[in-house]
Design a binder for this molecule. Structure first.
Ligand SMILES: C[S@@+](CC[C@H](N)C(=O)[O-])C[C@H]1O[C@@H](n2cnc3c(N)ncnc32)[C@H](O)[C@@H]1O
Length: 291
């Protein structure tokens, strides 16, 4: 059985998040949280969530969206943020305590095999559904947490071409290094795995959702405070980071040339002088649990 067929969860991907990505995400938290926020800020005012609701935030990472959702449902509503990495959620736990919020909590789990009961009015995920070992099984399990008629809204990346902030550096890295092999370690299907509207509609229907709607959000995202910060970010995370990591010693030997090529490409692509900002594009997908 391959990882993608295994509906019981996949420790390989969860281990990869914890062992490889946690330290890198923490090092570039300033880029990730500031960048990804543009895609949730755009739709937060229209989310189908209200005071008193019980909400799940799936793949909640550092917990910033769980905290914002907790503000939307207070005082009687509550939010549970779920992630497979405690090290990310520790930030959310500290932030919630610092803000004096007592209606948000966090739990560790692999979404694919958590034991949910139909008690949530709204389920949210910002860029958390693209990495499941089996996306249909995981989204079906997410649906098990929803009351009849409840809404699930998840945000995923659109195509490579619409996201130069991720794809441009990969193209540069591939001018110098081989593509990662099939058997390389990875975080799961990956950031563009839900870009195809037709395919995701089919996946969500298979997972039992109805009224599936897509809304496109285009936003500029920060990729670094300086060109060097942006280069370091690109070579640590995302598709370019994967090419670089998998190439091992060859990548380190060519680091200077790759960094020089990246600096040129980043300079040509960047939009503002104040921080390095590039185009990005997401789908905000909302669907309901029948009932
Ligand atoms: C790209 S990050 C997004 C984090 C956060 N939602 C945000 O927008 O900043 C994806 C998150 O999903 C989590 N994740 C990946 N696979 C998971 C799984 N099977 N179960 C629970 N969380 C998972 C990762 O640990 C990570 O925090």
């Amino acid at each position: 059985m391959t990882a993608l067929d295994d509906a019981s969860g996949d420790t390989e991907f969860v281990d990869f998040w914890n062992e490889i990505l946690v330290p890198k995400f923490i090092a570039f938290k300033h880029v990730l949280v500031e960048g990804l926020t543009h895609h949730s800020e755009a739709i937060f005012p229209t989310l189908r969530v209200k005071e008193g609701d019980h909400v799940l935030d799936i793949g909640c990472g550092f917990g910033d969206t769980a905290i914002k959702l907790a503000r939307l449902v207070e005082p009687s509503g509550r939010v549970l943020g779920i992630d497979c990495c405690d090290a990310f959620m520790e930030y959310g736990i500290k932030e919630a305590a610092a803000e004096g919020l007592d209606n948000v909590s966090f739990a560790n789990g692999d979404v694919i095999n958590m034991d949910f009961k139909p008690e949530y009015d709204f389920v949210f995920s910002r860029f958390g559904t693209m990495f499941f070992a089996n996306p249909v099984a995981a989204m079906r399990n997410m649906r098990m947490s929803m009351k009849p008629g409840a809404t699930m809204t998840h945000i995923v990346w659109r195509t490579r071409d619409d996201n130069p902030w991720l794809s441009m550096a990969e193209e540069v890295a591939l001018e110098f290094l081989p593509p990662p092999g099939e058997d390389g370690r990875s975080c799961g299907p990956g950031p563009f795995s839900m870009a195809n509207q037709e395919m995701v509609t089919g996946m969500m229907k298979s997972a039992g959702y109805e009224n599936i709607e897509f809304e496109r959000v285009d936003a500029l995202v920060l990729v670094g405070r300086t060109v060097q910060d942006a280069i370091d970010f690109q070579l640590a995370l995302g598709p370019a980071g994967e090419v670089f990591r998998e190439a091992g010693e060859e990548a380190e030997a060519k680091r200077a040339e790759i960094e020089a090529a990246l600096a040129k490409a980043i300079d040509a692509e960047k939009k503002e002088a104040d921080g390095i900002v590039m185009d990005s594009s997401s789908w905000v997908i909302s669907a309901t649990n029948p009932g």
